[in-house]
Ligand binder design. Sequence first.
Ligand code: NBP
Length: 476
Amino acid sequence: GTAQIGVTGLAVMGRNLARNLARHGFRVALHNRTHSRTESLVADHGDEGTFVPSEGLQDFVASLERPRAIIIMVKAGQPTDDVIDELVPLLEEGDIVIDCGNAHYADTRRREKELKDKGLHFVGSGVSGGEEGALNGPSIMPGGSAESYQKLGPIFESIAAQVDGTPCCVHVGPDGAGHFVKMVHNGIEYADMQLIAEAYDLLRSGLGVSPAEIAEIFKEWNSGDLESFLIEITADVLAHIDAETGEPFLDVVLDQAEQKGTGRWTVQSALDLGVPITGIAEATFARSLSGHAEQRKAAAATFDQPADEGFVKDRQQFIDDVRKALYASKVVAYAQGFDHIKAGSDEFGWDVDRGAMATIWRGGCIIRARFLNRIVEAYADKPELESLLVAPYFAEAVSDGVDSWRRIVAAAAQAGIPTPAFSSSLAYFDGLRRKRLPAALIQGLRDNFGAHTYQRVDKPGSFHTLWAGDASEHEA
Ligand code: NBP
């Protein structure tokens, strides 16, 4: 075989990834279960590079030089297992199977182990950036063995997005590390979007202005610390007018958001690992709440609607407060996400470099932002940073914004505007910052009703108090 890399699964993502590879000079073997997809790719884009199409999987495998590198880009879940099962008997020792779909990291761990036992490399790779990224440069998060990265690295690094000459691709770590990091990335994306949505809601209700006017505010924010892809497209969506009705686009769209699964996976994993990713969790729950149409209708009919239009007195102060609250809450969401990556890395022995993750998210992906440079710097200064919140730059930004943050959360509560992500991020910050928490009372209660014992501040060991007896303390 002469092809350097193969792609099986040529729906929108696989097709664009294959074209990206060919445009970068790689000879790309092509395969899809339904052959017409392969034919149309070659017919439409055959002139972009060297494609080696095959109708059957056997010919596809034979068309690749060894050791083979085969990207699977099919629907996540069972279809991926089906393709692996068909492919594996055709492969030889040392070949590399790469799953670029949105797999759950636990599936990736299982598949990696199964293929390793057969002498094959399995690489679960996160690919972010949607269709556009796949074609023009995604952020790529490959897991798997270091050996497989020796072959794949140069290929992936050349097709990835580039920021300041640095490719948005790095070997994340063994087995499921790449898909785990991609999952947390998606979770952070949930939090980022929820925070933006809350900021919009506050501005619209508080100022009593149109979405188009709020678009101008977001445009301005995009020239400062908040500069990011999501803030940029927020301005576009807010300014958009529906062609049919002439109304603001936002006012003709149903206010129910989907959650396809990665947010849920992130929250489930965080619960298992004991990481408080409250921003991502609230963002995921906020989408669920929005989708409970019947309950919302019943509640809206039951309760008075607070008069929340145009409650703001000082317009400029309010806009600045929302901006600072948004930034501080965003820092919290990222701090929590990076804690989650650390917890996964420790649990599974991946040794993930968090600074490198911030580096490869600077381009190609949905959460690309100026802000990520600050995260890169924070981990460069201190790789074992306890929390992003205590890195000097972020500590200063949050301290500077904390009064605004409190005013906004208070104003939202007063006006009856739900800001679960803003509010829970502030509560998280206060929980982390506060010298004493009421958890001492929780320890006392647990010891009282269940003899669960407690620790003391002044001496080591576990203790139990005879609550129902003479109230004396005993070492447990
Ligand atoms: P889809 O997720 O819609 O899957 C369609 C592809 O899967 C087609 O090539 C189809 O073949 C193939 N396929 C299915 Br379905 N079942 C199969 C089976 N049993 N055996 C062989 N092939 C099978 O494609 P997509 O939207 O391009 O997404 C591909 C992957 O990328 C997914 O995992 C998705 O979650 C992920 N994704 C990522 C992003 C991102 O931003 N990173 C965006 C969108 C999607 P056929 O043509 O014969 O039906």
